[in-house]
Design a binder for this molecule. Structure first.
Ligand code: FES
Length: 137
């Protein structure tokens, strides 16, 4: 609940742990939109507009490259892949798989839920952050 209010003061509080991060109408096809939720930079991409035969497809993934922390918001987006601008690792933005090199680290993906014009994300703390919280308490 608190998370949603931190991101967008006007957003209604939710009990399901989802965070409203953008409006569908703010997204342009195949353009990156950067949002920051609880200190986590996240990139949104509208991959497919809704048509008679297909649903709207929006993906969300970390803006931080899992190889060496490159900023993927400066990366090169092609269809459903993004190239990191630092060492040119290439990630599938639907699955997080590293397509080049094949044994590269996986990109963090966030589940996206679309409710009307709202884009909602399920944000969970990374395991290392939960462990750090446990150690500090
Ligand atoms: S930091 Fe992204 S490929 Fe090395």
């Amino acid at each position: 609940m608190m998370l949603n209010r931190l991101f967008n003061k006007d957003a209604p509080e939710r009990d399901d742990g989802l965070v409203q991060v953008a409006k569908v109408t703010e997204l342009n096809p195949h353009k990156l939109k950067r949002v920051v939720v609880e200190g986590q930079p996240i990139l949104l991409v509208l991959l497919e507009k809704a048509t008679q035969n297909s649903n709207l497809v929006i993906v969300a993934f970390s803006s931080i490259c899992p190889h060496a922390l490159g900023d993927l918001s400066q990366g090169y987006l092609t269809k459903a892949e993004i190239d990191c601008p630092v060492h040119y690792y290439r990630f599938d933005i639907r699955t997080g798989a590293c397509n080049y090199p094949k044994d590269g680290p996986k990109l963090r993906i966030y589940p996206v839920i679309i409710e009307g014009n709202d884009v909602l994300l399920k944000i969970e703390k990374p395991k290392w952050m939960e462990q750090a919280d446990d150690e500090m308490s």
